[in-house]
Design a protein around this ligand. Structure first.
Ligand code: XMP
Length: 338
């Protein structure tokens, strides 16, 4: 039995010990709870020798890369690089409608981009070392470790279960880094449950809004755009989703809901604007309450909140003339539509 304060002290000491005085660690961050808490912990332990990498895959939510920059780099002081790879991701996703193909493309492209960054960081460290005088002091230290924000339930799952949910974690599958770059895994959260990670985050001064954030899938908005993914479709969904979440927060309901998001349907419906007939796309709103996301109940909103959200989306988002609310529970529906 340990307190969370003891855990922090013990884990920081362990990280310092295994990394040595010069070793560097790289890790992907998404702006989510786990990667942010893991990054902050690494930063406390080894400062700028921890390199956080955020990959902008072109299917993030509105202003998400900027927000991660603000939080991790400006507020928490983490050594962060944001890579805008949206062009590459969107070109590989062109014309793809099948959800599992979207997941695979995004997972593989993520690995390509992340590995390239890891190589860049390592060669920068080598160059600095070459410019030094060869003394022990001027040696810069190599990238030796890969940070993963693995939690205890993931540890259990990967031991006992190799079913379909293995594909959910494709974005963690950075095998080349482990094999070719010979990186070793460092997993500071591997003994913790989600609520313990949140408690740890609070102790590490990570703001409550981040610690309480709803989960967001690795493949991002690509699995919430039901047809092919284009920049235009991403923009429409980003706008609708941002209005939806903003109104949920304003109504004080965010923490009452386990996950809420908008989905862009690949159909067109008839509407009317002034004396003009319109023919535009449909947004579906999803909100669920759930303990573990294995089962979930659809969330019962006060009607006036839905009314305000619908009116704002149809008025403010060009290309949308209709909003529906998803009243399906899991099972038989899933939380995501794809
Ligand atoms: P489903 O749709 O399976 O969602 O009921 C359960 C939870 O898992 C998330 N989810 C994903 N997370 N990559 C992720 O990182 C994925 O491909 C993925 N698919 C679903 C979903 O958002 C929900 O929290």
């Amino acid at each position: 039995n340990w307190t969370m304060e003891e855990f922090i002290g013990k884990e920081i000491a362990r990280i310092r010990d295994i990394c040595g005085p010069k070793g560097r660690v790289i890790g992907a961050v998404s702006g989510g709870v786990d990667s942010t808490v893991a990054a902050k912990l690494m930063h406390e332990a080894i400062g700028d020798r921890f390199h956080a990498i955020m990959v902008d895959n072109g299917v993030l939510r509105m202003n998400e890369a900027e927000q991660v920059h603000e939080m991790l780099k400006k507020n928490l002081g983490v050594n962060l690089t944001i890579v805008d790879a949206s062009e590459l991701f969107l070109s590989r996703l062109e014309g793809v409608e099948d959800p599992e193909r979207k997941r695979k493309i995004i997972g593989n492209t993520f690995i390509n981009v992340f590995e390239e960054q890891a190589t860049l960081i390592e060669s920068a460290a080598e160059n600095e070392e070459k410019q030094g005088d060869g003394s022990e002091d001027s040696k810069k230290g190599h990238v030796e470790w890969l940070l993963q924000g693995t939690l205890y339930p993931d540890v259990i799952e990967s031991i006992s279960f190799k079913g379909p949910s293995a594909t959910i974690k494709t974005h963690h599958n950075v095998g080349g880094l482990l094999k070719d770059m010979k990186l070793k895994l460092i997993e500071p959260l591997r003994e913790l449950f989600k609520d313990e990670v949140r408690a740890l985050g609070r102790l590490l001064s990570i703001p409550a809004t981040l610690v309480q954030r709803h989960p967001f899938p690795g493949p991002g908005l690509a699995i919430r755009i039901l047809g092919a993914v284009t920049r235009e479709q991403v923009k429409i969904l980003q706008q609708a989703d941002s209005i939806y979440i903003e109104e949920i927060r304003k109504a004080g309901l965010y923490n009452d809901i386990s996950q809420a998001f908008a989905v862009l349907l690949p159909v067109k419906a008839v509407g009317v604007m002034g004396d003009q007939r319109t023919y535009e796309q449909v947004i579906a709103l999803r909100a669920v309450q759930s303990e573990d996301f294995m089962t979930a109940d659809w969330y019962v909103f006060p009607p006036e909140i839905l009314k305000r959200i619908s009116s704002r989306i149809t008025n403010e988002v060009a290309g949308i003339n209709r909003v529906t609310y998803d009243i399906s529970s899991k099972p038989p529906a899933t939380v995501e539509w794809l």
